[in-house]
Design a protein around this ligand. Structure first.
Ligand code: HEM
Length: 514
C-alpha cells in the first residue's frame, strides 16, 4: 500500500471528519479512523491548513521523528506523493549525526585528532550500532517503568564483553573477544573505554545509565586491584559473565563526600569480620549480590567484600531519577564475612577508596559530557525547525548567544578530557593516583557545572517542552532533572574543585616565589 502514488489534488479531496488524509514529508497518511484517538485532539487535524494538505511543517514542529516510526502510526501510511521523495530520514542504527557539534570533532568529517586511530573508529561504529539496536529499547522501557536492566540485555552486554571493557585496559581482558572481535584485546586503551562510556550515555535515560551496571564499574576494581587470587577467580568471573551483580558501598547518611566520617564497622572475630552499619545512595544496591564495603577498623579503614545474606538488607531509595538505577539504603546487621574477603591491607582502606575514585570520576566525566553533547544536538535541531514569532528560533540573537556558550562548554570539556585520557594511557595505576587525582577532580567540577548551565539554557530554548517528560523536549527534561546527579555522585562539585587546588598547592616547588 505504501507504494501507491497520489497527487496533492487527490489528497485534497479527503479533508473532512471520517475521510481525512494528510501528507507528511511526501508520505500520504489516512487518519480518518485515527483522528479521534490522536493525542493532540481531532480539531487540529481538521484545521483548513492541515486536512487534505501537506502538513510537514506543522507535524515536525509538534512531534519527534520517531512518532511516525512507531508501527501503530507507520501503518497509517497509504502511499506517497508522485514526484516527491522523503527528505527527513531517520539515521540508521550506528550512523553518525551530521548536525554540527553533535559528535566530538574526531568523528566529524574533515576533522583530525592526535588521539584516535582506525581501531577506535571501528570500535565506535560497532558500539554505536549495538547500543542503538540492543540497549536503547530496554533503556527507554526501564527508565519509564523503573525496573532493573533486563537480564537478556545483561547477557548480550557480557557476550560483547562490555562490562569487562568498562573497567578499562588490564589483565581482566585477557582471552576475551571484544565487541565480537572487531578489535584485538591488546589494542584496547582508555580511549576505547572513553568511547564506550560516550556511546552508552547518549540515550537520554540517566537513571538507566546508572542501572547499566555502574555499580560494577566502581565496585569491581577494588576486587581486581586488591582482592586475593581466589576471590578474584570467583567473583570477577561471576560478575563479568552477568550471573552476579556488585556495587560499591562507601557513602553513608553520616559521610558523603566526607568519607572519613563513616560509621560502619568491621570487627575481627577469629577468621571472620563482623560488619555492622548502614550505607546510603548505593547505586545498583537493590539488586546487588556483592557489596564492596568501606568499614572502620580500629584507627583506620578497611575495605571488605560482603556477599548478600540474611544479615544484609537493601531498601530502594526514591530519588529524582528512575528507580531502574537500583539506588539503595543498605543495612549490615552482624554480617559475617571471611577475612579472605579483605580488599587491600587492613587499616589502609583509605588508599583503596581514594585510588578507586579517580577512575569513577573520570567515568562520570565521560558519561556526563556525552549527555551534555546530546543536549547541544537536540537544541540545534530545535532552533532550526521551531518557528516562533513567525521566524525560526535560530534567527533570534539571544538564542544564538545561548548556543554559543553551550558549544564552547562542551568542546572545551571534550578537549580537556581527551588530554587527561592521554595521560591515563601513558601512566601506571600508581602514577595516575598520584598525578591525576587533582586534574580529574577539577575536570569533573568543570563538566558538571557546565552541564547544569547547559541544562538551564536548553530548558529556556525549549520552553514548556523542556519540562515535559514526553514529546519534543523529553531529553531536555531528563537531562535538566538528572544532571545534578553527575555533580554529586563520586564527590560533590565544590569538594572536587577544592581537592584539585589542594593537590596543586601540595606540589608547589619550595623555591617558588614571585
Ligand atoms: C500521521 C499523523 C499524526 C500522528 C501519527 C500523530 C501522533 C501524535 C502523537 C503520538 C502525539 C503525542 C505526543 C508525542 O508523542 O509526540 C501527538 C500530539 C500532537 N499532535 Fe499529532 N500526530 C499526527 C499529525 C498531526 C498533525 C498534522 C498535527 C497538526 C496540527 C498534529 C498536532 C498535534 C498536537 C498539537 C499534539 C500535542 C503536542 C504537545 O502536547 O506538545 N498532529 N500527535
Amino acid at each position: 500500500m505504501a507504494g501507491k502514488l497520489f497527487t496533492l489534488e487527490d489528497v485534497a479531496k479527503h479533508n473532512k471528519e471520517g475521510d481525512l488524509w494528510i501528507v507528511v514529508d511526501s508520505k500520504v497518511y489516512d487518519v480518518s479512523k485515527f483522528a479521534n484517538l490522536h493525542p493532540g485532539g481531532v480539531g487540529v487535524l481538521l484545521a483548513k491548513s492541515i486536512a487534505g494538505q501537506d502538513a510537514t511543517q506543522a507535524f515536525f514542529s509538534l512531534h519527534r521523528q520517531e512518532v511516525l516510526l512507531r508501527p501503530q502510526y507507520a501503518r497509517l501510511q497509504i502511499g506517497t506523493i508522485e514526484g516527491q521523495t522523503e527528505v527527513i530520514k531517520p539515521l540508521a542504527a550506528g550512523d553518525l549525526s551530521l548536525v554540527p557539534y553533535a559528535e566530538p570533532s574526531w568523528l566529524s568529517p574533515g576533522f583530525f585528532s592526535p588521539y584516535y586511530n582506525d581501531s577506535h573508529r571501528k570500535f565506535q561504529q560497532a558500539v554505536r550500532k549495538f547500543v542503538e539496536e540492543v540497549v536503547l529499547p530496554d533503556a527507554v522501557k526501564c527508565e519509564d517503568n523503573g525496573k532493573r536492566i533486563s537480564q537478556d540485555v545483561v547477557e548480550k552486554l557480557c557476550e560483547m564483553n562490555i562490562p569487562a571493557m568498562r573497567l578499562g585496559p588490564g589483565k581482566h581482558l585477557k582471552g576475551r573477544t571484544l565487541m565480537g572481535g572487531v578489535i584485538k584485546t591488546e589494542e584496547f586503551d582508555h580511549f576505547h573505554e572513553l568511547i564506550l562510556n560516550f556511546e552508552l550515555s547518549r540515550l537520554g535515560t540517566r537513571g538507566y545509565i546508572d542501572g547499566l551496571l555502574a555499580g560494577q564499574v566502581i565496585g569491581l576494581p577494588p576486587v581486581l586491584n586488591f582482592g586475593s587470587p581466589e576471590l578474584q577467580a570467583k567473583v570477577v568471573s561471576e560478575v563479568l559473565s552477568g550471573k552476579k551483580f556488585i556495587c560499591l558501598a562507601i557513602s553513608e547518611a553520616f559521610a558523603g563526600s566526607d568519607v572519613s566520617g563513616m560509621q560502619t564497622t568491621a570487627v575481627r572475630d577469629g577468621d571472620e569480620w563482623v560488619i555492622n552499619g548502614t550505607k546510603k545512595w548505593i547505586t545498583n544496591g537493590t539488586f546487588a549480590d556483592y557489596f564492596t564495603v568501606a568499614c572502620k577498623t580500629g584507627n583506620g579503614y578497611t575495605v571488605v567484600l560482603v556477599p548478600r545474606s540474611d544479615a544484609v538488607s537493601t531498601k530502594a531509595i526514591k530519588t529524582a531519577y528512575s528507580s531502574t538505577a537500583g539506588t539503595a539504603y543498605v543495612t549490615f546487621d552482624n554480617a559475617r564475612v571471611p577475612v579472605g574477603n579483605t580488599l587491600g591491607t587492613v587499616g589502609k582502606g583509605m588508599q583503596v577508596i581514594l585510588s578507586n575514585f579517580n577512575h569513577e570520576r573520570w567515568m562520570i566525566v565521560c558519561t556526563s559530557l556525552s549527555a551534555q553533547r546530546k543536549i547541544v544536538e537536540e537544541s540545534l535541531k530545535w532552533v532550526n525547525q521551531r518557528i516562533a514569532f513567525g521566524k525560526p528560533l535560530s534567527s533570534q540573537a539571544v538564542i544564538r548567544a545561548k548556543l554559543a556558550n553551550m558549544i564552547a562548554r562542551v568542546e572545551s570539556g571534550q578537549n580537556w578530557l581527551e588530554s587527561i585520557t592521554h595521560q591515563m594511557n601513558n601512566m601506571s595505576y600508581n602514577e595516575q593516583s598520584d598525578k591525576l587525582a587533582g586534574p580529574i577532580g577539577l575536570l569533573k567540577q568543570y563538566i558538571t557545572r557546565t552541564g547544569r548551565e547547559t541544562a538551564e539554557d536548553a530548558t529556556q530554548i525549549f520552553g514548556g517542552r523542556g519540562i515535559t517528560a514526553s514529546g519534543m523536549g523529553k531529553l531536555i527534561e531528563n537531562y535538566h532533572r538528572t544532571s545534578p546527579y553527575d555533580a554529586i555522585l563520586g564527590g560533590a562539585e565544590d569538594v572536587l574543585g577544592d581537592l584539585g587546588v589542594r593537590q596543586a598547592i601540595k606540589k608547589m616547588p619550595q623555591n617558588a616565589r614571585l
